[in-house]
Ligand binder design. Structure first.
Ligand SMILES: Nc1nc2c(ncn2[C@@H]2O[C@H](COP(=O)(O)OP(=O)(O)OP(=O)(O)O)[C@@H](O)[C@H]2O)c(=O)[nH]1
Ligand SMILES: [Mg+2]
Length: 800
């Protein structure tokens, strides 16, 4: 467990209170505090998780064993690690293993998913032995069909399901229904960590294990360091690979040892590149990454491989300082055989006792022995002047091994270990974990806090300036407010004039929908009225009017009747236009008044004067003037209708033809009846004359008349009004003085409250920052101190 320095004990509260202060300032809330949160978590976390990740068979487990110089993790050809393995610190006599099993529910879920993908029965009640047997048979059949357990993705999945079911059956009594059950080493009767590791190696047991925690005694694990072995990122069992990616993305992960395989494959795989990308996007990891090209021994025997690795390193890893080349295999066994001697055939009878045991009494050659002999014969690492070694073909590999070690002794083992690169890697990682890690985590935190502190501090300074510029007494406050009065009145007047201009402009540019509606109403009323007049036109009435004005005559010419009709229609239409344009004006002013009342400047004006400085009255007066102007314009417009249009008599036009026809009809007799018979024809004649005239009014001329009338009345009036508002200074002053006393008192009290709240903030800020700085100083991070607020920055605080 980590022990924080006593100066750093309150770090969490101090940082939190700083972030809290930031959160309280609405304008600073958009600042991103996630990096600070995550670096705080890392700095105070009792553990520091280092994940070993990489391609399967890259040698992760072996490298970990080599690093700790003991055979802890199961390492083998093929997909060997299937669960997360945690290695944490224990006191020498307290070493232990804790195994955590999946719950039955989790196993059932995995089984169901695999069954579905394999197209096996949906019946997955794994508590019934018959079901399990059926499923296992199904898997067996699939594997056979596919031609072997790793021949296809489908076969691999069938194998995974088989292992899962087998693991479930053999560990049935250890698996709980919904909880993940945990067991200690003793409960399994394991006498040492290695036995536990053997139990947990990938297979049916690991299929039902959630994780394994080894607690062992090693200096590297002190200070909360936890080393984590993971399945390969390209593991044939997809679920295992996903486990590793999840761990890489987890917030708990603090550093990664990337065990890369190009030393044996020549290039980076797609998965390895994906791993690097995922690592980069985890803010918990940052630059805490070690790149290890393991299986470096393979490049000793293959020039091409060595060349490709060198190219890769110089092209893609040139800027990375933490790059290592290792041979986990040679490093690990080198460390193991250091303690052996001729007595136990340099480990063949101890370290390798298990693996040399062959069938029918013949001795097997352990992997390491082959690699050792190859190293001696072909690696080119051993200078002939120092080591004179022969590997003899007439001896077995094991015999060669024992003889060579007997001849060369410890210097050869030392050389082997040195060439394995393990010591260098161990030294680097040890130095990092014991010397660099802590200060770096705290420096990261400080660097993430720095910009936040700077904004907070600047914000406080601005706040202070603002508070300082506020008067503290009622008289000063009053003077201040009165000073502002004149510009404020001016501003209100200006805003009013601008507003009115805008409204007028909207009308003139046809962009006020309500006004457009009103005008359309006017248009359609005119059209409707004309239709009505034509429909209901009575020739008798017109004839009567014509004869009435000529008392001596008993008959009237067609022309006289038409004249009466022209007067009649023109006057009727005038009535409608007069009425309609007044409505348009009324509704325009009503809207304008409403908008004025709703505006900011209008309420402001009320606050300043207690009234609206006559705006409303003025608008009413204007409305009256505009209406009168429009009425007389309407009269002039319709008066012109009395005149028949010049085209009325045009030769060849329809109307003159119509006129002659009508004349023919009416000349049949001299009484009214002959005229009445021609009524439809006369209507037609009138229609031909009036329709174009009315249309010209409503479509061409009258809208412009309205626009012009409104504009010419309103704009000068608004300017005048603005000026009048400014003239209200004396009134405003008297009015303001009445209310100011009270307002000023309130404002001063509120300023006082703001001031003391502000002082509290400064205190909080300073106490948090100086606490954090104490801790940083204790960690020797003098260059990373955060900015405090000193008295001289805020002279006024001390003087007020
Ligand atoms: N030649 C050589 N073989 C190695 C080296 N490191 C590991 N091996 C061998 O490679 C095989 C795989 O090693 P592991 O340690 O199981 O690899 P891993 O990365 O943990 O593999 P998974 O757990 O399956 O992902 C084993 O047979 C090791 O003995 C090395 O540096 N050189
Ligand atoms: Mg492994």
């Amino acid at each position: 467990m980590t022990q924080l320095l006593p100066q750093c004990e309150n770090l969490q509260e101090q940082v939190k209170s700083l972030l809290q202060l930031l959160h309280h300032e609405p304008t600073l809330r958009s600042q991103d505090t996630t990096p600070a949160h995550s670096s705080l978590k890392k700095a105070i976390s009792p553990t520091f998780e280092i994940v070993f990740a990489g391609a399967f068979s890259a040698g992760k487990s072996m490298l970990l064993n080599a690093l700790l110089e003991r055979e802890l993790l199961y390492s083998a050809e093929g997909h060997a690690t299937g669960t997360e393995c945690y290695i944490a610190y224990a006191e020498p006599d307290e070493e232990k293993v804790i195994l955590t099993f999946l719950s039955e529910a989790e196993i059932r879920e995995q089984a169901a998913a695999l069954c579905q993908r394999l197209g096996l029965t949906a019946q997955t009640n794994i508590n019934q032995p018959e079901v399990i047997n059926l499923l296992r048979q199904g898997c067996g059949a699939i594997i056979q069909q596919e031609g072997g357990e790793s021949k296809s993705e489908r076969a691999k999945q069938a194998k995974a399901l088989m292992l899962l079911l087998e693991g479930f059956q053999t560990n049935r009594d250890r698996i709980h229904t919904v909880n993940s059950a945990t067991y200690s080493m003793e409960q399994f009767n394991f006498s040492n960590l290695k036995e536990a590791a053997g139990y947990a190696r990938r297979g049916s047991n690991s299929a039902v294990l959630k994780r394994i925690e080894y607690y062992c005694n090693h200096p590297l694990l002190e200070d909360g360091n936890v080393l984590i072995d993971t399945p390969g990122i390209d593991a044939p069992v997809q679920k295992d690979a996903e486990l590793t990616y999840r761990k890489i993305e987890s917030a708990d992960t603090s550093a990664v040892v990337c065990v890369l395989k190009p030393a044996s494959a020549g290039d980076m795989t797609k998965e390895e590149t994906e791993l690097l990308e995922k690592m980069r996007s985890n803010p918990g990891i940052r630059d805490r990454v070690f790149y290890v090209f393991n299986r470096i021994d393979e490049t000793w025997y293959n020039n091409q491989l060595r060349q490709r690795l060198d190219d890769l390193m110089s092209s893609q890893f040139r800027d990375t300082s933490r790059v290592y080349k290792t041979s986990g295999l040679l490093g690990f066994y080198g460390s193991q055989i250091k303690q052996t001697s001729g007595g136990d055939r340099f480990g063949l009878d101890s370290v390798f006792a298990e693996s040399v045991k062959g069938m029918d009494g013949r001795e097997e050659t352990p992997q390491f022995i082959n690699e050792f002999n190859r190293y001696c014969a072909n690696s080119g690492k051993l200078s002939p002047s120092k080591f004179r070694i022969s590997v003899n073909s007439y001896e077995t590999p094991n015999e060669n091994y024992v003889r060579i070690l007997a001849e060369q002794g410890t210097p050869l083992i030392k050389q082997l270990i040195e060439d394995s690169g393990i010591e260098e890697f161990r030294a680097a990682i040890t130095r990092y974990l014991t010397e660099e890690k802590r200060p770096q985590l705290f420096a990261n935190l400080a660097d993430d806090l720095q910009p936040l502190c700077i904004s907070l501090r600047n914000h406080y300074m601005a706040m202070q300036r603002d508070l300082d510029s506020q008067p503290r007494e009622i008289e000063a406050m009053k003077a201040r407010e009165l000073e502002r009065l004149s510009p404020e009145l001016q501003q209100v007047g200006k805003e009013f004039a601008v507003h009115v201009t805008e409204e007028v402009n909207q009308v003139v540019t046809n962009s006020c929908p309500a006004f457009e509606d009103d005008f359309r109403k006017l248009q359609s009323r005119m059209i409707r009225r004309l239709d009505e007049l034509l429909d209901t036109f009575s020739i008798r009435a017109a004839y009567k009017d014509a004869t009435l004005s000529h008392s001596r005559n008993a008959t009237a010419p067609l022309i006289a009747v038409l004249v009466e009709a022209l007067y009649y229609l023109a006057n009727q239409l005038e009535d409608i236009l007069v009425e309609s344009c007044q409505e348009v004006a009324a509704s325009f002013f009503q809207r304008l008044m409403e908008r004025v009342r709703k505006s900011e400047y209008y309420s402001h004006l009320y606050r300043l004067l207690g009234n609206d400085s006559g705006i409303e009255q003025q608008l009413k007066k204007l409305e009256k003037q505009v209406r009168e102007a429009l009425v007389s314009a309407a009269r002039v417009e319709c008066d012109r209708y009395v005149r028949e249009s010049p085209r009325f008599y045009d030769e060849g036009t329809f109307s003159i033809y119509q006129f002659r026809q009508t004349l023919q009809q009416t000349s049949q007799g001299y009484d009214c009846e002959s005229m009445v018979e021609a009524e439809p024809a006369i209507r037609q004649l009138l229609k031909l004359d009036f329709e174009p005239k009315v249309s010209a009014t409503i479509r061409r001329y009258f809208r412009q008349t309205i626009n012009n009338t409104i504009k010419s009345h309103l704009l000068p009036a608004a300017e005048k009004q603005a000026n009048e508002i400014l003239q209200q200074y004396n009134h405003a002053r008297a009015y303001l003085e009445q209310t100011l006393e009270q307002e000023a008192e309130g404002k001063i009290a509120s300023n006082r409250r703001l001031q003391s709240a502000f002082e509290q903030k400064i205190k909080d800020y300073d106490s948090a920052v100086s606490g954090i700085n104490n801790c940083l100083q204790a960690m020797q991070l003098h260059k990373h101190l955060l900015p405090t607020i000193i008295q001289s920055d805020f002279i006024s605080i001390s003087s007020s």
